[in-house]
Design a protein around this ligand. Sequence first.
Ligand code: ATP
Ligand code: LTN
Length: 334
Amino acid sequence: MLNGEKMLFSGMQATGRLTIGNYIGALRNWVTLSDEYTCLFSVVDEHSITVRQDPAELRSRARALLSLYIAAGLDPEKNIIYYQSHVSAHAELAWILNCYTYMGELQRMTQFKDKSAKHADNINAGLFTYPVLMAADILLYQTDVVPVGSDQLQHLELARDIAIRFNNVYGDVFTVPEPYVGKVGAKIQSLQDPLKKMSKSDENENASIYLTDDRDTVLRKFKRAVTDNEACVRYSEAQPGIRNLITIYSAVTGKTPEEVEKEFAGRGYGEFKLAVGEAVADTLAPIQKKQAELLADKAYLDGIIKTNAERAEHLAIKTLRKVQKKVGFPERPR
Ligand code: ATP
Ligand code: LTN
């Protein structure tokens, strides 16, 4: 709690190109929630190196992501928008929390299981303790609410368990965070395999709509989206492809799935796919324009990056010092 307002923390990795899954499932909700909470939105670059990255590419993607937060509507004066690696307290708290987390807990994490299958040649310790760094991100700021996609709920549950465990030993040190999962679009599926999540690391270009895609690309990808043969726009389990397109359309237009079904009653898939493509392209265009403007203004962006890291650090240090004292580290002589 800061000035009577509840705290919100969320972050995204600067790996790959963001998809509309990231936008609809995460970024868009952040913008709505930022009116209600004191918010920190981090570009979690330390999490990114759990899989191999090209250094120059990571740096430029991180900058693009930070500017995208702002372009999507997050005010950097009101919200704290910063790089995780600029606030060393994240890594320091993560180390301490590692000592309060069990191997068995981390072994159960489905993201670890998935990622270690995918990167079998690089199952590093960072990939394993990834959720502990995420817990540190959250707990450092005495966070009340964490908006995430449903795929991150298991990590959040672990962060809560660690906080409760620590508090049981040392008293009320951490706020125990609550997850927030948006109602529409918590999970956007792949356009090529609607049973799979749309992911920025998908190798098939046509599976995902990237936030950088231009209008023609967006329209073409929706046109090629995998559907079924039922030939009616209906929101049902039996039609996962169409259901996914309805979810996307609902999310960007604000219409309910029922309204969408009515709008397209008796109309074919071709027409529907075109409408979804247009609505998505219309949503992306102003964000892309604003992002390009920000990236072109180096002095402005650097100023934001510097002051916001300082604001984050100021808050983070308070929790870190308290934790260090609780676990028995020697005090710093004044
Ligand atoms: P990857 O697939 O490479 O693991 P990702 O696309 O899941 O990456 P993250 O950085 O892990 O990206 O996710 C950022 C945020 O976007 C998280 O809150 C996550 O839950 C949300 N998110 C990611 N993909 C989707 C999706 N398909 N639908 C809804 N939300 C999503
Ligand atoms: N693991 C998350 C990114 C992330 C995060 C966080 C989200 C890192 N730290 C703290 C919310 C709060 C992901 O892959 N989406």
